[in-house]
Design a protein around this ligand. Sequence first.
Ligand SMILES: Nc1ncnc2c1ncn2[C@@H]1O[C@H](COP(=O)(O)OP(=O)(O)OP(=O)(O)O)[C@@H](O)[C@H]1O
Ligand SMILES: O=P(O)(O)OC[C@H]1O[C@H](OP(=O)(O)OP(=O)(O)O)[C@H](O)[C@@H]1O
Ligand SMILES: [Mg+2]
Length: 281
Amino acid sequence: MLRIAVPNKGTLSRPAVDMLREAGYSQRVDDRDLLCRDTDNDVEFFYLRPRDIATYVGSGDLDLGITGRDLLVDSGSEAEEILDLGFAPATFRFAAPVDSLHEVTELAGRRIATAYPGVVNRHLTEMGLSAQVVRLDGAVENAVRLGVADAIADVVETGKTLRQAGLAPLGKPILESTAVLVRRIGGPGDGPTGQLLRRLQGVLAARRYVMLAYDVRVELLEAASALTPGIESPTVSPLHRQGWVAVQAMVARTGVHRIMDELYDLGARAILVTDVHACRI
Ligand SMILES: Nc1ncnc2c1ncn2[C@@H]1O[C@H](COP(=O)(O)OP(=O)(O)OP(=O)(O)O)[C@@H](O)[C@H]1O
Ligand SMILES: O=P(O)(O)OC[C@H]1O[C@H](OP(=O)(O)OP(=O)(O)O)[C@H](O)[C@@H]1O
Ligand SMILES: [Mg+2]
């Protein structure tokens, strides 16, 4: 039975559970449940603190896990990312009081507060900078005004928390994070893991694409296909009406209205868009 770690709370929890449900797995119904066995799919889900997930997977005690890329890096465990799940996007970056520090190199010898010491120490080493990392649990934006640190390194989503604390980003982002699926380094990618991967990839594709269908005159088929090449190739079926064909192709959800306008201008008619609920590409 495949054993999978799922965030039990925080930013990653709800979208991770939603994605697993969309992929056809049973999920816990009560937030207090820390285990859910899906016997139909031969999978067990363990609900864990997102910060601990890479540790369980890296040690081989669990087969796979959903966590944040920044949390994976911070853990320093023997786990690797095998699929970008796209949700919970954020950057991880240094910040300092507005008009205090202007270059990342000015962090040398300073105190940097963070809840992600693994990410920060690794980055400082890569840059050849030596600074004192002050490890805090959260609300690190307060550390500077309370005198505990000169700068911080933290997750930035909208940037509102930084601004409200009188801080400004310093230098380029240290990393771009999203939710990721992880396995033990070099672990299997086929068998039950492969099946779970294909299901999650199916959810990502179903969210990203819509199915576009339209009718077009045969002599315009090449021009219309160029607008809707599909993933492999568009499906073309004869229509009862002479000289016309029906075309079906997957297209990216973003930009579908522009393509519909262009198809209409070309002469296509009966242009329909439908959602994809599940797929294996
Ligand atoms: N606005 C955000 N705040 C915090 N984490 C975020 C945000 N947006 C995305 N994330 C990502 O969520 C993960 C952190 O989740 P985690 O549950 O540890 O913290 P949290 O959502 O802030 O919850 P808590 O602070 O209650 O522990 C990281 O991968 C982080 O990049
Ligand atoms: O850029 P923003 O949209 O403002 O979001 C980023 C903020 O959100 C998180 O804090 P959270 O509310 O989780 O509190 P915490 O620091 O106690 O974890 C994170 O640690 C930042 O402080
Ligand atoms: Mg938080």
